[in-house]
Design a protein around this ligand. Structure first.
Ligand code: 4HQ
Length: 253
């Protein structure tokens, strides 16, 4: 899979791609990431990428032509249709589902805006406008890196264990269960006995219970779309009954 990133801060993007799972996947040629300096696609002496907004007001707007030229060059280079994503807080919220869907596209282009945003006409060349969350960042570079990381994990071989991607709690629509490693006791903090028991059936059930309990407590919204098996649906019902019982007890006190 190839990614093309269009940015005015190539060094910022470059540095982030050197380390970790993504860095190793690039070394192994499972991923190819090309970083394009938007200023290389300008034609004026000052290499301008922004200009004043029509209609007045504060801030600057990214000019359309350098972005169009960059996209033209990328399409020519890839010699195939590319999926163009624009990072923007006006986009649809990026989810694990989107990461999986985009993981099977051969060529994804990530356009990073700065300033107040890009000239509206850029959207005529964009397939999807993507937001990573409801907060304002100073540029699209961090969102592009977030999207690249989450998508790349679905490319076969990028994550060592394919099983862990498929079973990733978020892919199943639940929060993860608690994890522990040695030592079994730190000060007065103990690892739950069940995990030391060697009873794999009990461990599996405990983890399901913890995932469901945490999701119910912290992210009940996720349960609407969660893919639960029969055992999990029973456990959830019990947990929910337990919660109502607790609330009943509180009320009658
Ligand atoms: N920005 N999710 C403004 C974001 C953002 C987000 C990117 C800031 C684009 C022009 N992008 N620039 N949140 O806040 O994707």
């Amino acid at each position: 899979m190839t990614f093309d990133i269009v940015t005015i801060f190539p060094a910022m993007v470059e540095a982030a791609l050197a380390a970790g799972v993504v860095g190793r996947a690039i070394e192994k040629r499972l991923l190819e990431v090309a970083i394009h300096d938007l200023r290389d696609f300008t034609t004026d002496r000052h290499r301008s990428v922004d200009d004043m907004p029509y209609g007045g007001g504060p801030g600057m707007v990214m000019k359309p032509e350098p972005i169009f030229k960059a996209l033209d060059a990328i399409e020519t280079q890839r010699g195939a249709p590319v999926t163009v994503l624009l990072m923007s807080p006006q986009g649809t919220r990026f989810t694990q589902r989107d990461a999986e869907r985009l993981g099977s596209r051969p060529h994804v282009v990530l356009v990073c805006g700065r300033y107040e945003g890009v000239d509206e006409r850029v959207r005529s060349r964009v397939d999807e406008e993507v937001s990573i969350g409801d907060y304002v960042l100073s540029g699209g570079e961090l969102p592009a890196l977030v999207v690249l990381d989450a998508v790349a994990r679905f490319v076969p071989g990028v994550v060592g264990d394919d099983q862990s991607v498929a079973e990733d709690s978020f892919s199943r629509g639940l929060l993860d269960f608690p994890h522990y490693t040695r030592p079994a006791v730190v000060g007065d903090l103990r690892v739950p006995d069940v995990l030391l028991s060697g009873n794999h059936q009990e461990i599996r059930r405990w983890r399901k219970q913890e995932s469901l309990g945490r999701t119910l407590e912290r992210r009940p919204d996720l349960l609407e779309h969660a893919a639960l098996d029969d055992e999990e649906r029973m456990m959830l019902e019990e947990l929910q009954n337990g919660r109502i019982a607790e609330w009943q007890r509180g009320k009658t006190k």
